[in-house]
Design a protein around this ligand. Sequence first.
Ligand code: HEM
Ligand code: HEM
Length: 229
Amino acid sequence: MSERTIRVWDLPTRLFHWLLFVLMVAAIVAAKVGGNAMEWHGRLGHLIFGLIVFRLVWGVVGSTTARFTHFVRGPGAIRAYLQGRWRGIGHNPLGALSVLALLALTGFQATTGLFANDDIAFRGPLAALVSTDASNLLSDWHRQAEWFIYGLVGLHVAAVLYYAHVRGDNLVKPMVVGRKAVTDPALESARGGGLIAFAAAVVIAGAALWATSGALVPPPPPPPPALGW
Ligand code: HEM
Ligand code: HEM
């Protein structure tokens, strides 16, 4: 059978993935350093929030393999995949569950962070919108979710290594270069996700970043006037 290369991942999906990876590592390092680095933790975490919004929009307007309707499948498709009857490109029906979990958990972490406080000097830009109790609760969830992130990312990397070493399928290369060599004549390159779709996703993510930056939070009331004696 003749081999040819097809497009699996568009550039925005690949940029999203590797930027997410770099920003996640940097945000966690900044949180561990603490102190003044918390300002950086907040900025990096906020950028991650914007990336997730971008990916959600790209999951609707991006190229075929990036779309949720393409890779989120029911139990029937998962069973077919487990029985070796699945043919396709992009996330397989089982891997799609881990993709959804990674996106949901990262989105949860970035969103709770916006309302969190570190009990010292740093507060997320939206913390003033909720009561102190609510901000403390969201900070607890934010700290606890750390361990779920390590677990899920560990599983994710373990799955990638399993595919490479046990099944002989290198998933990392297509996530870097976008293309993959295939022999199955039925497989086709991803289509769509042009410049206009990309611009729309960037504008929506930018608007979400601005709306959650604290620019819309009313300033705190002025302190009471000093007594005149
Ligand atoms: C903070 C760490 C990481 C997070 C949060 C993360 C998250 C994700 C997400 C959300 C996707 C789905 C991509 C999409 O459709 O937009 C994905 C796919 C992928 N990731 Fe990661 N990732 C991380 C680290 C890594 C690392 C270190 C590697 C390399 C060893 C890796 C390799 C891959 C590959 C190969 C895919 C495509 C899988 C497939 O072909 O279905 N990831 N990752
Ligand atoms: C996905 C993105 C994020 C990740 C992975 C993340 C991760 C973490 C981790 C691991 C900690 C605990 C550090 C420790 O005490 O050892 C932490 C604390 C914290 N993060 Fe984030 N964070 C993210 C987004 C954000 C955002 C967007 C903000 C606010 C703008 C934020 C604000 C905080 C605050 C205030 C704390 C201290 C919480 C406390 O001490 O109770 N984080 N974050």
